[in-house]
Design a protein. Structure first.
Length: 198
């Protein structure tokens, strides 16, 4: 069997990683991700989502992408987007059929990954809350799993986005707190070697 082409769905920097690359986040988180991937068909039927949260650079987006790659490997379609990107598509959709199609796909795709929740705009915007709520609510109602990443813990998520989104998160997403150090600091020495030829 040939290798899967993730280029259409997974950001390039995460395509060549594997779950073992994120062992520093904690054994329980890794076991949960591995179990989720192993039982992906069941998770898809039930619409169970995951909510990865923790500080910058600990691997939230990477682990979300590992789940999405697992879904691709099993023949499911996936979409990766940021919450800011989804909001932008709503705005663009007023004048663009492509943006409208992208949003429709985000609502209906078997697995949707929404990255960087909380980084979309400084300060709370009712517009952002409305878009986020509508997308999550639609996906929950139709049992379509959604994977989320954020620096915001579940309690702060409720304060920022309201009780309605908080209720959806509590009922349909397993929160996974990632710990560890910022792997981007480790990448700095690799970057220097790559650029300086060392």
């Amino acid at each position: 069997m040939g290798s899967i082409d993730y280029s259409y769905a997974i950001p390039r920097m995460y395509q060549d990683h594997c779950v073992n690359d994120y062992r520093g986040v904690g054994d329980q988180v890794i076991r949960t991700v591995e179990n989720y991937i192993e039982r992906l068909g069941e998770m898809q039927k039930k619409g169970h989502g995951l909510y990865f949260y923790g500080p910058n650079g600990v691997g939230k987006t990477g682990l979300m992408c590992e789940v999405m790659k697992g879904a691709c490997d099993k023949g499911y379609e996936v979409v990766f987007e940021t919450l800011a990107g989804l909001v932008d598509k709503v705005i663009e959709g007023w004048n663009s059929t492509y943006a409208q199609e992208d949003l429709a796909r985000a609502r209906s795709i078997p697995f949707l990954g929404i990255d960087d929740i909380g980084k979309e705009y400084k300060g709370k915007s009712d517009w952002v809350v409305t878009v986020f709520d509508r997308i999550l609510r639609n996906r929950v109602m139709w049992c379509r799993p959604t994977l989320l990443t954020s620096n915001i813990d579940p309690g702060q998520m409720i304060k920022r986005y309201g009780d309605s989104i908080g209720s959806l998160l509590q009922g349909h997403f397993l929160p996974l707190k990632l710990a560890g150090s910022d792997f981007r600091k480790v990448l700095q020495s690799k970057l220097q070697n790559d650029i300086l030829g060392g």
